[in-house]
Every structure is written in C-alpha cells, then in structure tokens.
Write a protein that binds this ligand. Structure first.
Ligand code: SME
Length: 149
C-alpha cells in the first residue's frame, strides 16, 4: 500500500535525476527498496522467451533467467497481465527467491503492445501489495519504458 502523494513524490524525484537506461533502472530500484514493505526490488528484461535479471536491490537470487510461463514473473508475460500475489505459499507456479518472501507484485513494462520486461517486488508480509502499488508501479514502468535505452 502506498499513498498517492508518496507515489507522486517518488516519481517526481526520480524524474529530477535526468537518468536513462540502466542507470535510471538502478536508481528506481534503490528508491523502491527504501519504501516500507518493498523487500526485494528488481527489473527483468524480456529477451525472446526468457526474462533476464537486470538491475535489482535485495538478496541475491538464483532466478536470473526465467522462461516465459514459469513462476509469477513468467506468468505475467504469458498472460500479458500484471500479477498481485497476496500469499505466495498459496500458489503452485512460484519460484522462491527467499524464504522470507510472503507476497509479490509483478508489473509489466510495455512499449505499446510490446513487453520490454517487468518490475518485480517481493514483500515479507502477507498481502503487502494492493491496487495502489500496482498503479504506482505501472506509472514507474511507463517512465522506465520511455527512457529504456
Ligand atoms: N518469485 C518469482 C521469481 C523471482 S524472485 O522472486 C526474485 C517468480 O515466481 O517468478
């Protein structure tokens, strides 16, 4: 859950840095990691049928390459839909990154109808993310898409 004001402040501050490409994605993930409940924050790039881990902040993960259709991340691409998972222990198609993770949100980064990648956030609490986070992360994803290279 994030307030609308906090979301606007976050995006304004990120815009003011005048970054693009990997440097922008890195600054974005560093900023997200400071938000309460955002316990692992990363971007995956879509390369053909595989999601490749890009910039991230948090514990190291084994899941640096994820096939489309696999896990929460791959499901988002396969179904062309953001994923908000309140309790990761309740789903079968889940790739565990850390035993502390209880909830997850994945928001697609699109350029028109093309999927460039996704923002993936893990939380240590059940039900950490709701529509306010999805809306905020969608605005961020659009900004990352506009400044992708
Ligand atoms: N949990 C994700 C894998 C990525 S890690 O959480 C960083 C999934 O199920 O696709």
């Amino acid at each position: 859950m994030i307030t609308a004001i906090k979301a606007i402040e976050f995006l304004n501050e990120l815009r003011s840095k005048n970054l693009s490409g990997a440097l922008l994605r890195k600054a974005a993930m560093q900023g997200l990691f400071e938000l309460p409940g955002y316990d692992w924050c990363g971007v995956y790039r879509l390369e053909k049928d595989t999601l490749v881990l890009d910039e991230y902040v948090g514990e190291e993960t084994d899941h640096t390459h994820i096939k489309v259709g696999v896990g929460v991340c791959g499901t988002a691409v396969a179904e062309d839909e953001n994923q908000v998972i309140a309790d990761v222990t309740k789903i079968e198609n889940y790739l565990s990154c850390s035993l502390s993770t209880r909830s997850e949100i994945v928001v697609l980064i699109r350029d028109g109808s093309i999927v460039l990648g996704q923002i993936d956030i893990d939380g240590h609490a059940v039900g950490a993310f709701d529509y306010s986070d999805e809306k905020f992360l969608q605005d961020l994803a659009d900004f990352l898409s506009d400044n992708w290279a």
